[in-house]
Design a protein around this ligand. Structure first.
Ligand SMILES: [Zn+2]
Length: 421
């Protein structure tokens, strides 16, 4: 069975125009030596040099912002609700940092998700998340040359937005993090591919997921967008045997994590780009595609191929809006693109790839990167490169894979998953 690559790594992006880090491939022995993974990380967009980052957020001269609350209404049989706090037009200082955003987390919060949206010529990073006990669960530090790495290595991982114009963070994303009730503070910074900070304002949303019990089972709605690949249309796709094999595999894998698929919607996207090229600096067509979404639920675009034309190497099978993806529609991080006609694998394995991408979208990192450079923060996943069996390993063999219990727990906390038990 051919190995397929699911998506580019998110690790160790370069900042401030530094050349990409050359990766040293680990020596492989035994079964691991079979095939080199085709996965290759695209060069990541840069964030600005903040010469005087030694200033604290509160010393930037910008006042802490207060948000406007919209309470969520759970559907029938749903035990969770998602309240949304919106901070519109948050000012940005001369270094591209937003004014501090503060909010109160209620006692029954089981997670919160931060969405920062700003100018789309810049990339965004949520670089500071501080809890009511004064401890930071995300701290990018004061040095701009290491801020991306430090945010990534924080107790709660924060990854630079893969799609320019937006950054998303889910807390908790591992069992060591407790989201305590009380006042939290959020910071974010920005920069274009020349390291120039964004100007203007940013919009920040905090989605607070509330439930009276710890989640055991959940449900998620899926929206499928048909671009014409595999001759699928909104009308014919539900009855197509290849699509049915794909969806059956995705459903079975999610069910193993306690997540049911609820409503499934189809829409034609005839004008959509069918080849998503992930070139350097994050300037790619996926964000424009994902921005066209407007329905609640997780959006999946079936395309011909995801390519790395400007970077070289074989393209990944899928690409999602981020880790996690946006919990709301209409942003450059509001979807997943999955290669269909450009993926020579079996339709059932397309479903495995989709489940892997949904895992990322709902907050999961790779268990370990192919080169061993970074592991996830979950104690119950196997940290060895080339360990098989977990769905969030970067290279999938198609079957006999599962999510771990702790991976399931992270996914159940994403706002797109309704808690039903
Ligand atoms: Zn992946």
């Amino acid at each position: 069975m051919p190995k397929v690559t699911t998506h580019p790594s998110v690790h160790r992006p370069t900042v401030g125009g530094e050349p990409p880090v050359t990766k040293i491939e680990p020596k492989r022995t035994g079964s691991a030596a079979r095939k080199a993974p085709a996965e290759k990380a695209p060069a990541q967009p840069a964030v600005p040099h903040l010469r005087d980052f030694a200033e604290s957020h509160t010393r930037s001269g910008l006042k802490p912002q207060q948000g406007a609350l919209v309470e969520g209404k759970p559907g029938r049989g749903v035990l969770s609700r998602v309240d949304t706090l919106t901070f519109a037009k948050v000012p940005i200082d001369k270094n591209g940092r937003i004014a501090p955003v503060v909010f109160d987390l209620p006692k029954d919060a089981i997670s919160f998700t931060v969405v920062v949206r700003g100018k789309e010529n810049a990339s965004w990073l949520i670089d500071r998340v501080k809890g009511p006990d004064g401890k930071a669960i995300v701290d990018g530090g004061k040095n701009m040359s290491t801020i991306v790495d430090h945010a990534l290595d924080s107790p709660n991982r924060s990854a630079i937005g893969l799609c320019p114009g937006v950054a998303v963070l889910l807390a908790p994303d591992n069992p060591s993090i407790k989201v305590k009730p009380g006042q939290w503070q959020i910071g974010a910074c920005s920069g274009d591919d020349q390291g120039k900070p964004a100007t203007g304002t940013a919009d920040v949303q905090i989605l607070i997921k509330r439930a009276t019990r710890q989640p055991k089972r959940g449900r998620i709605d899926l929206n499928f967008y048909l671009t014409g690949t595999h001759r699928w249309t909104a009308k014919n796709v539900a009855g197509n045997k290849d699509f049915r094999a794909l969806l059956a595999r995705t459903k079975a894998l999610l069910k193993g994590a306690g997540i049911e698929v609820g409503a499934v919607r189809f829409a034609d996207a005839p004008g959509a780009t069918r080849t998503i090229d992930l070139d350097s600096h994050g300037k790619h067509s996926a964000g424009a595609l994902f921005k066209t979404t407007d329905k609640p639920g997780l959006n999946v675009f079936f395309v011909d191929a995801v390519t790395l034309a400007g970077i070289g190497g074989r393209g990944p099978v899928g690409f999602g809006g981020g880790i996690p993806g946006a919990p709301v529609p209409g942003t450059p991080a509001s979807g997943i693109a999955l290669s269909i006609d450009g993926n020579p694998d079996l339709p059932g394995n397309w479903g495995t790839c989709l489940a892997h991408e949904i895992g990322h979208y709902l907050g999961l990192s790779h268990t370990v990167e192919s080169d061993g450079s970074m592991q996830d923060q979950l104690p119950d996943t196997d940290p060895r490169p080339y360990a098989a069996g977990n769905l969030m390993y970067p290279v999938q063999e198609g079957s006999a894979v599962t999510f771990s219990r702790q991976q399931a727990d992270v996914m159940l906390r994403h706002p797109m998953v309704d808690i039903i038990e």
